[in-house]
Design a protein around this ligand. Structure first.
Ligand SMILES: NC(=O)c1ccc[n+]([C@@H]2O[C@H](COP(=O)([O-])OP(=O)(O)OC[C@H]3O[C@@H](n4cnc5c(N)ncnc54)[C@H](O)[C@@H]3O)[C@@H](O)[C@H]2O)c1
Length: 354
């Protein structure tokens, strides 16, 4: 069992990573037995996991609320349904929500926890690779509104994050690769050890080998928690976590959030950002080749040739990364450290698509 931590002062929390299923011991060490618990999960998560989890909890009152799987559930409607459930079950401020699922479940459960009775405890048990390496750590919670994704939410840290690689075995190839895209991101924004692990173990990563999964999850979280702990409210350094996201989000929006997963779009965005870094003189040619080869060796798609500059730039311009009218890009340098900059030559961005 690996133990990490994130957050500051009284909102500091532990993150446990194990390759076995969550045991009674681990769960009950982290959950007060007198609390009422609402497990929030979704319709796509195998029922056997929910049964197992319920069996391991010794609390007297454990309820399950399942939402439809998919992004559309991160809505006011689902939020209202969960709040109604908490009220019907007479949850008090000392009770607990368990977010048991991917990023959708984590985000909406966290937002319910942050706002119900002005805040009750929640714990994250993430079941997708993306949620394990990204959304369950950092305390960002949200729902979507018709005007855009994640426009309503709060920064609200969980009490604990319990990760088991057991859950990753049933994840679809698409969802697994989506999470892998985020893992690659951490390896390119400063985690050299993770990069080496990915380069030397591509085959094992593709085959979801538990030992290697544990290591890449640990390294990914170390990078994320270091950054989010320094910058809890996203005012500075946290921006480097958006490496690949400027064009990645534009690719997602261009595809109307269909066809390709978030991670697949971000992977293409990282290739674009790496190429801009090269044309801007921040990295060398062999470094760019090395990045593309590594991504390729993990069986992730690197071909963005069907997108052109004019298709994507309008979405880039409407994205949140424009500050005071200036477009900010997250690029990387020769030391493979990411940095945010508004200083770049537009011609070098266009060149990436020529
Ligand atoms: N809060 C943050 O910091 C943060 C960061 C990144 C992404 N996000 C959010 O995360 C969401 C995406 O999360 P996601 O990629 O985990 O997608 P998701 O939550 O939609 O899950 C993907 C699919 O996998 C299924 N699934 C989950 N666990 C499974 C398992 N163990 N076995 C089989 N199927 C399983 C789900 O039912 C769902 O159909 C987005 O809404 C995004 O905005 C939040």
């Amino acid at each position: 069992m690996i133990e990490l931590s994130a957050g500051k002062a009284n909102t500091k929390y532990k993150i446990y990573i194990s390759k076995t299923a969550l045991t009674k011991k681990v769960l009950n060490q982290n959950i007060d037995k007198d609390k009422k618990i609402l497990i929030i999960t979704d319709s796509g998560i195998p029922k056997k996991y929910i049964k197992e989890l319920k069996k391991q909890l010794i609390n007297k009152s454990v309820y399950v609320h399942s939402i439809d799987s998919g992004e559309k559930s991160k809505s006011f409607r689902t939020y209202q349904q969960i709040i109604n459930k908490l009220i019907d079950l007479e949850f008090s401020r000392s009770d607990l929500i368990i977010a048991f699922g991917g990023g959708v479940v984590g985000d909406i459960s966290g937002f319910c926890a942050s706002s119900f009775l002005r805040g009750i405890d929640y714990i994250q048990i993430p079941t997708t690779l993306l949620a394990q390496v990204d959304s369950s750590v950092g305390g960002k919670t949200a729902i979507n509104v018709p005007q855009g994704k994640n426009l309503v939410g709060a920064f609200y840290n969980p009490r604990v994050v319990l990760i088991s690689t057991v859950y990753l075995k049933t994840l679809s190839e698409r969802e697994y690769k989506s999470g892998l895209g985020e893992v690659v991101k951490y390896s390119l924004i400063g985690n050299k050890r993770l990069k080496k692990l990915l380069e030397e173990n591509a085959e094992k990563v593709i085959n979801r080998d538990d030992k290697i999964l544990i290591k890449i999850i640990e390294e990914s979280i170390k990078t994320k928690s270091k950054i989010v702990t320094k910058d809890e409210k996203e005012s500075g350094i946290r921006a480097i976590l958006n490496f690949g996201h400027t064009f990645g989000h534009a690719i997602e929006a261009f595809n109307k959030y269909k066809n390709l997963s978030h991670g697949a779009a971000i992977t293409l965005g990282m290739i674009i950002a790496s190429k801009i870094s090269y044309y801007e003189g921040h990295i060398k040619n062999h470094q760019l080749d090395n990045i593309i080869n590594m991504i390729d060796s993990l069986n992730l798609d690197t071909d963005y040739s069907k997108y052109n500059y004019s298709d994507l730039i309008k979405y880039v311009k409407s994205d949140k990364k424009i500050s005071k009218g200036k477009l900010n890009l997250v690029l990387i340098n020769k030391q493979l450290k990411a940095f945010k900059t508004a200083k770049f030559d537009k011609k070098n961005v266009m060149r990436v698509f020529s």
